[in-house]
Design a protein around this ligand. Structure first.
Ligand code: NOJ
Length: 537
């Protein structure tokens, strides 16, 4: 293992905090920075290495902070810059890294840059955003669609031009082809790195460069009812353009100019062959272009095994893989893949694969999506695209059986998980069979074992509804992981040499059981087998 294998973002686990829903400290029903600070010991005890905090900057909150009006301040809803500094110091004091969100594709229309840009066609900031004349018929300049529905262009009547918004029509896209934009945005990175943040999650990174000629996106002949309307055209011109890589490389150089292994993690909703390009041709792009394939692939052994192999094969030499199981934009694992038992097996997968895992808050409890009664929806997407709202996966964290699950003394901004009074952090803390205990066990094992946090990965193939793989490192004990992704019992035949004992799994009762070649697995069961040294190959 080389020194570069040992950097924290290669060996560690990242935890996403959605600040509105984590912990409220002032009784307004919305989580805040001081609340996160109060709960740092939960993260420490869980065994993660870094927290990524979704946006907490001044914002009209049309997209709950992903519409930024000032990149270098804290929205009063979440506290103050001093609260942030205190949180950062408290996290660092516990050995936890802190990543902030960098919303670089767009601002809020309330950002002073945009307010200035829209004043006139001659304004010096006009070109900081993407303005185009109407099409000859007066309609939008081309067929690009907003990811949140409808055209990606909004007419701004006073100057008679359209501006581009890849998301909501109050989130105008910045023009990264303008060097002044890049310089201003790099100053934002400096502002936060100077304060001590350990890196950034780069929002909508794959969208930042658009076709210079603004060509129409081609229709996707495979689009069908049920797919999101945005994908009716293949978005080959409205994002993921080659120029994005140059921006990533310059951001990387800036991050690398700071001491202490600052990390750049990009939101890259792209096919595998495209997303791996964001590592950079010479490993000088993003440290971790997010890999969402576990979210996007059906929970089926053959499909998951295939996607892992395809990703592994596509990674450039030296690139650090990464895996995301959930986030604030997608249904929770337990709801997506068929219940809590399946989610427990998925946790074993996430935390034993080769690559940096990202865990979404609440997944360690096995939380499911929360049903949002009519009238309580808050996510704009619930209104622009009914059925696609993201409130269900953003419910407040249930901490205890105290008032409002210990989340707030006020009225929670979204409904609490229905079972909060009996199923919460405090209850799971003392239950050795709980999802929380499983996550703690997996994270502790991963941290302690070089084979798991830095070792090789050898897929062993799919047998019926189950899959298996080996994790090994020279001179260290190795592991066999067998996971049943189906609701029926399975037998997984590992190579005869692979003898050992179950050290951890979805069923605690099996810990210590000797395994010799074949692993019997119950429905949705997963086991981690520590191999006898003689079995090491
Ligand atoms: C991706 C973020 O994760 C999502 O929550 C947001 O709505 C869009 N980017 C727009 O910023």
């Amino acid at each position: 293992m080389t020194a570069s294998d040992q950097v924290w973002w290669r060996q560690g686990t990242i935890y996403e905090v959605y600040p509105r829903s984590f912990q409220d400290s002032d009784g307004d029903g919305v989580g805040d920075l001081a609340g996160i600070e109060q709960r740092l010991d939960h993260l420490l005890h869980l065994g993660v290495d870094a927290l990524w905090i979704a946006p907490f900057f001044p914002s009209p909150m049309a997209d709950f902070g992903y519409d930024v009006a000032d990149y270098c301040a804290v929205d009063p809803l979440f506290g103050t810059l001093e609260d942030f500094d205190r949180l950062l110091a408290a996290a660092h004091g516990r050995g936890l890294k802190v990543l902030t969100d960098f919303v670089l594709n767009h601002t809020s229309e309330a950002h002073p840059w945009f307010a200035e840009s829209r004043t006139s066609r001659a304004d010096p900031k006009r070109d900081w955003y993407i303005w185009r004349d109407p099409a000859p018929d007066g309609g939008p300049p081309n067929n690009w669609l907003s990811i949140f529905g409808g055209s990606a262009w909004r007419l701004d009547a006073p100057t008679g031009q359209y501006f581009l918004h890849s998301f909501l029509d109050c989130q105008p896209d910045l023009n990264w082809r303008n060097p002044e934009v890049e310089a201003a945005m790099f100053d934002v990175l400096r502002f936060w790195m100077d304060r001590g943040v350990d890196g950034f999650r780069l929002d909508a990174l794959w969208m930042i460069a658009k076709d210079e000629q603004f060509r129409d996106n081609p229709a996707d002949p495979n689009w069908h009812e049920g797919m999101i309307p945005y994908l009716v055209n293949t978005p080959v011109y409205s994002g993921d353009r080659p120029e994005a890589l140059g921006i990533c490389e310059r951001m990387r150089a800036l991050a690398d100019s700071y001491p202490g292994d600052r990390v750049l993690i990009g939101e890259t909703y792209l096919p595998i062959k495209r997303l791996v390009t964001y590592y950079g041709e010479h490993g000088d792009g993003l440290h971790l272009p997010f890999n969402f394939k576990l979210i996007q692939t059906p929970w089926d052994a053959a499909e998951i095994d295939a996607i892992i192999r395809r990703y592994d094969a596509a990674l450039p030499g030296g690139a650090q893989p990464n895996w995301v199981l959930g986030n604030h934009d997608n249904p929770r694992t337990a709801s997506r893949i068929g219940g809590l038992d399946a989610a427990r097996a998925a946790a074993v997968l996430l935390l034993t694969l080769r690559g940096t895992p990202t865990l979404y808050y609440g997944e360690e409890l096995g939380l499911a999506d929360v049903e949002i009664p009519p009238g309580r929806e808050r996510d704009p997407r619930a209104f622009t695209e009914p059925g696609l709202g993201r409130d269900p996966e953003r419910a407040p964290m249930p901490w205890s059986a105290d008032t409002n699950a210990g989340f707030t003394s006020g009225e929670p901004w979204l409904p609490l998980p229905p079972d909060w009074a009996i199923d919460n952090v405090a209850a799971q803390d003392v239950d050795p069979d709980s999802p929380l205990s499983l996550h703690r066990g997996l994270l502790a094992l991963r941290r302690a074992e070089p084979a798991l946090h830095a070792g090789r990965f050898t897929p062993l193939g799919v047998q019926g509804g189950a899959m298996g793989y080996l994790r090994e490192a020279d001179g260290e004990r190795g592991f066999l992981v067998a996971i049943n992704l189906s609701g029926a019992p399975a037998r997984y035949e590992a190579p005869a040499a692979d003898q050992g004992r179950i050290v951890l799994g979805t069923l605690r009762s099996r810990e210590g059981e000797a395994i010799s070649g074949t692993v019997a697995l119950g429905p949705n069961e997963a086991v981690v087998v520590a191999l006898n040294p003689s079995a090491a190959r």
